[in-house]
Design a protein around this ligand. Structure first.
Ligand SMILES: Cc1ncc(COP(=O)(O)O)c(C=O)c1O
Length: 376
């Protein structure tokens, strides 16, 4: 009965595709420990060093917010809403100066819910080809049709809009801002132009930019001063903020529509109240203190020719990528091989994510190892 599945696993292993869950002894805001080996953690989304941080945890545990419970026992629309949820939603909409905000259990829940809901029968979504799996899964669940345009290619998107927009009722354009596996940034100004010209909604996933870009840490939209031009902005709490969950913020009618229609919101138990309280506390108290460190991190990214704090080292073949990770591991760096289907075939890579804890000195040997083993 299990033979088929076992064969599939063997096939994955033969192609250096097999994934497994790693065992770590412990983590802190900078390092990861495997037994007694201490490795610089270059694979985490803990961009501000707020997760796995004892000092931060202790500080939070000394606040009144730590009295919230560890389980909500209900979906938000049943008995799963306490004042702390509304408090976080209000905080988000006040920061962004938007009409409304809605918390989702994760970025995955948010993207699946939003993308499957906004395009009903007769509607259409245009999605960047490198958008995250959670967006793609949402598109596949949608009743509407979707088209994927070549990555960040605004001319190709416009050609698609010219050809297809007239055939549908509602239309949505969806993109990440900072692309998770490439670290480059969408042409948001052009997306706004196109959305206006072709009468579309624009949904922007700022998962990797929320907490990192902008004076207040609200993302690339804040930096570009275009928050008002985006219909829905999505941010996650599990990355820079060091907590769990996600939000969508923007137009109130769209938020109310999601509350009524997004199945990943309606049919899932709400986040533990204590996590919601932690998220709110971090955004109010810790995020404002990070500005200088965030800007230094982005400067370091520039030195590695990245537009952000995410640096892709594209190797190509799976086996070679794994080999490179092993070399880095032996030299005290923890990186992971990123392979298809996470990235397109033939572009397996090491994704280095910087954090505010990492400095240029930490990366000197890494640069040399990559140069010797990949470039020449
Ligand atoms: C662009 C993007 N959106 C959404 C998600 C999902 O967020 P979460 O981990 O909160 O489910 C990720 C996760 O890596 C992501 O990279």
């Amino acid at each position: 009965m299990y033979e088929y599945y076992n064969e599939q696993l063997n096939l994955l292993e033969d192609n250096s595709h097999l994934r497994n869950i790693k065992d770590f002894s412990k983590k802190d805001e900078k390092y990861i420990y495997v037994n007694d080996k201490k490795l610089l953690n270059l694979s985490s989304n803990n961009y501000l060093g707020l997760a796995d941080n004892e000092k931060i945890t202790d500080k939070f545990l000394g606040t009144a917010g730590c009295k919230w419970s560890f389980g909500s026992a209900s979906a938000r629309l049943l008995t799963g809403t306490l004042p702390v949820y509304k408090g976080l939603e209000e905080l988000i909409s006040n920061l962004y100066e938007t009409e409304a905000a809605l918390i989702f259990n994760s970025g995955y829940h948010a993207n699946v819910g939003i993308n499957s809901t906004l395009a009903g029968k007769g509607d259409v979504i245009f999605s960047d080809k490198l958008n995250h799996a959670s967006i793609i899964d949402g598109l596949q669940l949608a009743q509407g049709k979707f088209f994927r345009y070549p990555h960040n290619d605004m001319d190709a998107l416009e050609r698609l809009l010219v050809r297809e927009r007239k055939n549908f009722n509602n239309a949505v354009i969806v993109s990440e801002s900072v692309f998770s596996m490439d670290g480059d940034i969408a042409d948001i100004l052009q997306l706004i132009e196109l959305k206006k010209k072709y009468n579309c909604l624009l949904v922007l996933d700022e998962a990797h930019a929320f907490g990192v870009f902008g004076t207040k840490g609200l993302g690339v939209c804040e930096k570009l001063n275009v928050i008002k031009d985006i219909d829905l902005i999505i941010g996650t709490f599990g990355k820079a903020i060091g907590s769990v969950g996600a939000f969508a913020t923007g137009n109130k009618i769209l938020i109310d529509y999601l509350i009524n229609k997004a199945r990943s919101f309606i049919f899932s138990t709400a986040l533990p109240p204590i996590n919601v309280a932690f998220t709110k506390w971090i955004i109010e108290n810790e995020l404002p203190l990070t500005y200088k460190k965030r800007m230094n991190m982005l400067e370091l990214g520039k030195k590695f020719k990245s537009e952000s704090h995410i640096i892709p080292v594209i190797i190509g073949e799976n086996a070679k990528t794994i080999e490179m990770c092993d070399i880095l591991y032996e030299n005290g760096y923890f990186t992971l091989p990123i392979r298809p289907p996470t990235v397109p075939q033939g572009t397996s890579r090491i994704r280095i994510s910087l954090t505010t804890e990492i400095n240029e000195q930490d990366l000197v040997k890494l640069k040399e190892l990559i140069r010797c083993n990949i470039i020449g």
